[in-house]
Ligand binder design. Structure first.
Ligand code: ZN
Length: 184
């Protein structure tokens, strides 16, 4: 897999796809967005991503001034709305990216992970069906077509296994975090 974002990642998206998963998470830092001129004082929204709030801050103020206005994102998840500097974009196979803060990202992750396993399973079964009942080539199918479809099916099996493994690894990691948290 070449990575969904490899060809599409705008310069202002920092970081690389998360190592935890082959799905791509991108970190969007509002300070970077400001540096790249995507937002300017007074902007109330980064369209399609999140609302912006300007808060007085003493830190990083230009010399000679006491304070300045610092932009923050409001996490776009309805039930959250937290003020954060960084949003994480999850880029699905199809459709628009969804954005959320770190907390929401961690909460949503297992669902998205589960969806990914499910999607990989559907893809795998579809490709298997194209091969016919097996083990022989369906009579009317050309040999090279059969070989090509066979390889596509094997690729889907591989992706399905990878998704499953990553899902399990994530849950083990979560369990370990709980264990540390409660000193069990
Ligand atoms: Zn959030």
């Amino acid at each position: 897999m070449g990575g969904v974002g490899s060809g599409r990642q705008p310069a202002w998206l920092t970081g690389s796809p998360s190592k935890e998963t082959t799905e791509d998470y991108f970190a969007l830092d509002i300070r970077e967005a400001k540096r790249y001129g995507l937002i300017a004082p007074g902007f109330e929204e980064l369209p399609g991503i999140a609302r912006i709030e300007w808060i007085t801050s003493g830190f990083g103020a230009p010399q000679g001034s006491d304070c300045y206005l610092r932009p923050w994102f409001r996490c776009p998840r309805k039930e959250c709305g937290k003020r954060v500097a960084i949003l994480y974009g999850w880029i699905p196979d199809t459709g628009a990216p969804s954005w959320a803060c770190r907390t929401c990202r961690d909460l949503c992750y297992p669902v998205e992970m589960g969806n990914r396993v499910e999607r990989a399973g559907i893809k795998m079964r579809k490709r298997r069906a194209r091969l016919g009942p097996g083990p022989e080539k369906p009579k009317r199918m050309r040999h090279d077509t059969f070989v090509r479809l066979g390889h596509q099916y094997l690729q889907a099996v591989k992706e399905y296994n990878e998704a499953g493994r990553e899902s399990i690894a994530h849950h083990l990691k979560q369990m370990e975090q709980e264990r540390i948290k409660f000193d069990l």
